[in-house]
Design a protein around this ligand. Structure first.
Ligand code: UD1
Ligand code: UDP
Length: 361
């Protein structure tokens, strides 16, 4: 069998890594298509190197632009590759514009489509990711759902066929690379950080970065925290801070650093006193690493973690953020089963391909 994995943004490289290892182990031919949505060395190449993902077979070099232009150019490029490669199945990951373009291109060509991280919903259609997920799920033949909530969400939209509850690929990634992170990362020494001596912050969600009032409010809260704040800044956020002239809000207590690789990020997360973020992936990693998390959004797709009290949703309101920080405590004691999703996804893919002889639609 030949599969094509379509990726383009940072979290997708992390999701691809453990699945790609699993596919290679079982001798399945995997072609990797990178749309080029993310392109800075520390947003892209670094992950391929550190996580030992094979060099992409194709890089479309699409880069940044408006949603329509970016997605449209990806669609054109992906279609060409799919016609040439004739894969048995296309795999898309998560909810970015690269996911959307990959899903559209493959279903227009009637190539079977598998979606990793299917069924997540924030129920906020103003988020570009929500649109991308809904479309990708409705076009997919195989839907790898990470949680029971995701399976329920799909059921509510009439999608039951091809849905598999397999667990979370980001759990696989974290377990796989934690040991390596401990051995290799020198980030704590480099930044002179002590375990539990700092807050870790990430912000990149459009609803925050594109609204100067929300950014100001978050930054003002960070200035009042009782420990140093380490803030690996996403290029989108960096650009917006400049555009809105908010540099002064980031002075003193907030230590801005460039985006870090996954191994350094794991070490930073693991040793933080608490994490404040609007990232999807970081919320889950905080939970698995048992670090309290405060989410700078109004809603989350990962509602289970909120229920278990490891995560608190506070939005961008300064007082709410500070109140949550004052009340930081550990959530309910949870013992994780070793629930790896990559081997299950590989098995299901092979079974489905054999059963349907490549004809899904
Ligand atoms: C994208 C995804 C988002 C995901 C995030 C992960 C969409 C709609 N959004 O958001 O779901 O959570 O990736 O990080 O697909 N930029 C650079 N260098 C880069 C990449 C981006 O400078 O390597 C800057 C550019 O100014 C660009 C901006 O960041 O305009 C936004 O990049 P884009 O890929 O459009 O969206 P993200 O905000 O990164
Ligand atoms: N991450 C990283 N370096 C950073 C910030 C994040 O390696 O400087 C990792 C993080 O550990 C997680 C993933 O990137 O695995 C999350 O990606 P991001 O927050 O960009 O996107 P989201 O998950 O919100 O789509």
């Amino acid at each position: 069998f030949k599969v094509i994995s379509i990726v383009g943004a940072r979290p997708q490289f992390i999701k691809l890594a453990p699945f790609s290892i699993e596919l290679r182990k079982s001798g399945i031919k995997e072609v990797i298509l990178h749309t080029g949505q993310h392109y800075d060395e520390n947003m892209s190449d670094l992950f391929f190197k550190e996580l030992e993902i094979p060099e992409p077979d194709y890089n479309l070099g699409i880069g940044s632009s408006s949603h329509g232009e970016q997605t449209g150019r990806m669609l054109i490029g992906i279609e060409e590759v799919l016609i040439k490669e004739k894969p048995d199945v296309v795999i898309v990951y998560g909810d970015t514009n690269s996911t959307l373009a990959g899903a559209l291109a493959s279903s227009k060509l009637h190539i079977p489509l598998a979606h990793v991280e299917a069924g997540l919903r924030s129920f906020n259609k103003k988020m570009p990711e929500e649109i991308n997920r809904i479309v990708a799920d409705h076009l997919s033949d195989i839907l790898f759902a990470p949680t029971e909530t995701a399976v329920e969400n799909l059921k509510r939209e009439g999608i039951e066929k091809g849905v598999y509850l397999v667990g979370d690929i980001m759990f696989d990634a974290l377990m796989h690379f934690s040991k390596l992170a401990k051995e290799k990362s020198k980030i704590l020494e480099k930044l002179s950080l002590y375990p539990k001596g700092y807050y870790l912050v990430t912000i990149h969600r459009a609803e925050n970065t594109d609204n100067p009032e929300r950014l100001k409010s978050i930054f003002s809260a960070l200035q009042e925290l009782d420990k140093e704040v380490i803030f690996p800044i996403h290029p989108r956020t960096k650009n917006k801070v400049k555009e809105f002239g908010l540099e002064d809000y980031l002075k003193s207590r907030i230590r801005i650093i460039d985006p870090v690789g996954y191994l350094d990020m794991i070490q930073l997360e693991k040793n933080a006193y608490a994490i404040l973020t609007d990232s999807g992936g970081v919320q889950k990693e905080a939970f698995w690493l048992k670090v309290p998390c405060i989410t700078l959004r109004e809603e989350t797709e990962w509602v289970e973690i909120v229920k278990l009290k490891w995560n608190r949703l506070v939005g961008a309101n300064k007082e709410k953020i500070l109140e949550a920080v004052r009340n930081i405590k550990e959530g309910e004691d949870v013992n994780f089963e070793e629930n790896y999703s990559a081997p299950k996804m590989r098995e299901i893919l092979v079974r489905e391909l054999e059963k349907r002889g490549g004809e899904f639609k």
